[in-house]
Design a protein around this ligand. Structure first.
Ligand code: 5AD
Ligand code: SF4
Length: 453
C-alpha cells in the first residue's frame, strides 16, 4: 500500500526543510505528495514547539483531523516535528484516532511507519533521542523555486533560559562539509540559485568537532575559522548566485566572518541576528551570552566591512522581570541599530525551561502593548529604509507570479527584501533581473524591470 500524502507545516525554516526531506523520502518510497488535504490518504502535521501559540495551532489542527476520521475512516493521520519529538506518546493519549507520532531524529523512517499503520499495525510512536543521527545525505524535491534551505548545524549548545529548542533538537552537531557541498551542488544543478545555510547558531559551524567532526580542512581556503571556510567553499559552486545564513550570534561575528561576507561575491549583504532584548539585566537572565555593547560591536564590525548590510532580528517582549525601563532600552537600541526588519514575540513560558520556573511578571495586556509599540516603530523604520531605495535599480531573483495577482510577479533582493513588479513577458522563474524601485511599503518594494541581466 502507499497513496497520497498532504503536509501541514508550522514553524521555522528548519521545520520547513524537514518537511521537504520527509516529502522526498516518501516520494522515493512510492507515495505521492498532493496539494489538497481532501485528496490525501495520509495527512501529516509538521509541528513547532517554540511558543505555546505554535503548539496550540498544531494541537487544534490535530484535534480536527483526529475527529475527521469518522468521515474519512481509511485516512491515516500523523504528527512529526518538534512537538512530536517533545511530547511523543502523550499525543496518542490525547488524540484517539491519531495513527503515528514520529520525532525529528527518526524522520527517515516515515515511509515504514506509514506502511505499518496502513497494514493495521498502528498506532506507532517512533521518537528516539534528539541527537540520533539521520542519514548524512538529506534528500530534496525537484525545485520549482530558485531558493532553497540547507542544514549545516543540527541542535544547539546554547542554554537560553526561555528556549525549548536544545531539549527538542539536542546538542549541537555540525554536518560534514562534504555532505553540505554535495547537497548544494545538486540543488544548483536543478535550478536553485539562492541558498540559506541553516542552524540555530550557524556561526558556530565546525566548532562542535568533538561531537561530530569538522572536515572543512579538506579544501584549501584563505580563512582559518570553519564557518568562513565553509562560506568560501559554498561560494565556489558554479551558478550559485547567492548564499546567506541564519541565525547569527554576536560571538560569531569575527573579523574573518566580516571579511568573508565582504570578499565572497555570492555571500549576501544580509544577516538575521536575534537581539531578544537590549537590557543587559534581561540579557543576563535570558543567558544570551552577550551584552548590549557586544551586540553593538559585532554589528559595527560587520558594517565596517559591509556598509550596505541589511540587518534583521528577533525580539521577545514581556520576559519575566522586564520593566518599562528595560523595554524602553530595547526600543531605543532598535532605533540605533536601524534594523531592516524585526520579528517581535510575546514571551511564552515553555515547560521545563529555567525561565518557566520564574513565572510571569508582565500581564498579557502589557505584553500586547509592548508588542504593538515595537511593531509600529519597526513599520516606521522599515518604511524610512525602503523610501531611500526609491529610484535605485536593484538585482532581483525572480520567484514567480504573486499569489494574489498573477500579473504581478515577485522576487527578492540580495538583502532579502520582497520586490513586486509587472512581468514584461520575457521574465521567468529563476531569472536575475534589474528592477527600478518606484514605490515602497514597510514589507514590500514595487518597481519595473529595467533589463534582464
Ligand atoms: N517565548 C517567546 N519567543 C520565543 N522565541 C524563542 N523562544 C521563545 C519563547 N519561549 C523567539 C526568539 C527566537 C525566535 C525563533 O522565537 O525570539 O529568536
Ligand atoms: Fe523550529 Fe524551534 Fe519551532 Fe522547532 S521549535 S520548528 S526548531 S522554531
Amino acid at each position: 500500500m502507499s497513496g497520497s500524502v498532504y503536509f501541514h507545516t508550522y514553524g521555522c525554516q528548519m521545520n520547513e526543510r524537514d518537511g521537504e526531506s520527509a516529502a522526498a523520502w516518501l516520494e522515493e518510497s512510492g507515495f505521492r505528495i498532493v496539494e489538497e488535504e481532501e485528496e490525501a490518504d495520509v495527512v501529516i502535521v509538521n509541528t513547532c514547539s517554540v511558543r505555546e501559540k505554535a503548539e496550540e495551532k498544531a494541537l487544534g489542527k490535530l484535534g480536527l483531523l483526529a475527529a475527521s476520521k469518522r468521515r474519512y475512516p481509511g485516512r491515516c493521520v500523523g504528527v512529526m516535528g518538534c512537538m512530536a519529538q517533545r511530547l511523543g506518546e502523550r499525543l496518542l493519549e490525547r488524540f484517539k484516532g491519531l495513527d503515528f507520532v514520529i520525532g525529528t531524529s527518526r524522520l527517515h523512517r516515515l515511509a515504514e511507519v506509514i506502511r505499518c499503520v496502513q497494514e493495521g499495525g498502528g498506532p506507532v510512536v517512533e521518537v528516539g533521542e534528539a541527537e540520533e543521527e539521520r542519514p548524512e545525505l538529506e534528500p530534496f524535491r525537484k525545485p520549482v523555486h530558485p531558493i532553497a534551505f540547507v542544514n549545516i548545524l543540527y541542535g544547539c549548545n546554547r542554554r537560553c533560559s526561555y528556549c525549548i529548542v536544545p531539549s527538542v533538537r539536542g546538542k549541537e552537531r555540525s554536518r560534514l562539509a562534504k555532505a553540505i557541498l554535495a547537497e548544494i551542488t545538486e540543488r544548483v544543478l536543478k535550478g536553485v540559485r539562492d541558498v540559506t545555510l541553516l542552524g540555530q547558531d550557524v556561526m558556530a559551524y565546525g566548532r562542535s568537532a568533538a561531537v561530530w567532526g569538522d572536515d572543512t580542512a579538506f579544501f584549501s581556503s584563505r580563512f582559518r575559522e570553519p564557518f568562513p571556510r565553509l562560506l568560501e567553499a559554498v561560494s565556489r559552486i558554479p551558478d550559485l548566485w547567492r548564499v546567506r545564513f541564519t541565525s547569527g550570534h554576536p560571538s560569531g561575528c569575527t573579523d574573518e566572518l566580516a571579511w568573508a561576507i565582504a570578499e565572497l561575491p555570492p555571500v549576501c549583504e544580509h544577516l538575521h541576528m536575534p537581539l531578544q532584548s537590549a537590557s543587559d539585566r534581561i540579557l543576563r537572565r535570558m543567558r544570551r551570552g552577550y551584552t548590549v555593547e557586544a551586540y553593538r560591536e559585532a554589528v559595527t564590525r560587520l558594517r565596517a566591512a559591509v556598509p550596505n548590510l541589511a540587518l534583521t532580528t528577533d525580539v521577545i517582549v514581556g520576559f519575566p522581570g522586564e520593566t518599562e525601563n528595560d523595554f524602553e532600552a530595547t526600543r531605543a537600541f532598535m532605533d540605533e541599530m536601524g534594523f531592516d526588519n524585526a520579528f517581535i514575540f510575546k514571551y511564552s513560558a515553555r515547560p521545563g525551561t529555567p525561565a518557566a520556573a520564574w513565572g510571569e511578571t508582565v500581564s498579557e495586556e502589557e505584553k500586547q502593548r509592548r508588542n504593538q509599540v515595537l511593531l509600529a516603530d519597526q513599520n516606521r523604520r522599515s518604511q524610512a529604509i525602503h523610501d531611500r531605495l526609491i529610484g535605485q535599480t536593484l538585482e532581483v531573483l525572480v520567484e514567480g507570479p504573486s499569489l494574489r495577482n498573477a500579473e504581478r510577479w515577485s522576487g527578492r533582493t540580495r538583502t532579502n527584501k520582497i520586490v513586486v513588479f509587472p512581468n514584461p513577458g520575457r521574465v521567468q522563474i529563476g531569472d536575475r533581473v534589474l528592477v527600478r524601485i518606484e514605490r515602497a511599503m514597510p514589507q514590500t518594494l514595487y518597481g519595473e524591470v529595467a533589463q534582464n541581466e
